[in-house]
Design a protein around this ligand. Structure first.
Ligand code: IPE
Ligand code: IPE
Ligand code: MG
Length: 239
């Protein structure tokens, strides 16, 4: 099977899933965290090179304070618990997004896990936290202006490779496959530049209902897709 080198998941639908079952939205986040753990382990077992989980967007800060607080608390708890899972599976942890905006107790755990897993050689697991594609592109533009002002580059040097390389998440290859759960067919400010040629799978189930069978089904569907990158089928066959 042709597996994606980089799988990215927009883990959506926790709140609605919980509310439909007469629970508080945060119960959905708790269940969602459990699913994330099983998906991480399965992706490592499948030997994926990169898994990125969109856990909190820059826009999610505008949610009710109580929910944001709970999400931060849950994130810290999940990271602390996942440390042994990451070590056991030789997974290297990474983060993208505005990490400075996270509470200090979350930043401390992140720093600790980044350090602890730094020499792991298996899958790279990236948490997108306070992440936004537009914010990332804005940071890249600032860096371009800064370098131009210093006389390090002029406009003739600005090409796609330079732009891609100045994005804060440039250490990641573009996602081959993006899965979004919860039935919403939108990208919600995730990987705007990087998703130019990503395959996108919109899954009707909400994240707390997502199973490893769903993951396997979507991966096998991905495997059968023809990625043409603007070319024709015939061109791909004669390569
Ligand atoms: C995804 O589930 C988790 C985060 C965005 C933090 P939601 O909390 O967005 O749940 P719905 O989409 O409102 O159901
Ligand atoms: C996208 O979900 C962000 C994450 C899953 C972390 P949202 O729930 O924030 O997206 P919208 O508001 O439905 O577009
Ligand atoms: Mg949502």
């Amino acid at each position: 099977m042709n597996l994606p080198r980089h799988l990215a998941i927009i883990m959506d639908g926790n709140g609605r899933w919980a509310k439909a079952r007469h629970h508080n939205r945060v119960y959905g986040h708790l269940r969602g965290a459990k699913i994330a753990k099983t998906v991480i382990e399965e992706c490592a077992r499948l030997n994926l090179s990169h898994l990125t989980l969109f856990a909190f967007s820059t826009e999610n800060w505008f949610r009710p304070l109580q929910e944001v607080r709970f999400l931060m608390h849950l994130l810290r708890r999940q990271l602390l618990r996942e440390k042994t899972t990451l070590m056991r599976n030789n997974i290297r942890f990474q983060v993208i997004g505005e990490i400075d905006r996270l509470p200090p107790e979350v930043r401390d755990v992140i720093a600790d896990i980044l350090d602890e897993t730094a020499s792991n050689t298996g899958m790279i697991l990236t948490f997108a936290l306070s992440y936004g594609g537009r914010q990332e592109i804005t940071l890249m533009a600032r860096e371009l202006v800064r370098q131009a002002k210093l006389g390090l580059l002029d406009e003739t040097q600005v090409d796609q490779a330079l732009v891609a390389g100045l994005l804060p998440s440039s250490f990641l290859p573009d996602p081959d496959l993006i899965i979004r759960t919860s039935g919403e067919s939108r990208i919600s400010n995730f990987f705007l530049w990087q998703a130019a040629y990503s395959e996108i799978e919109f899954e009707d189930k909400s994240w707390p209902e997502f199973t490893l069978d769903d993951l396997h089904r979507i991966l096998s569907c991905y495997s059968a897709r023809e990625r043409r990158f603007g070319r024709t089928s015939e061109q791909l066959q004669t390569r």
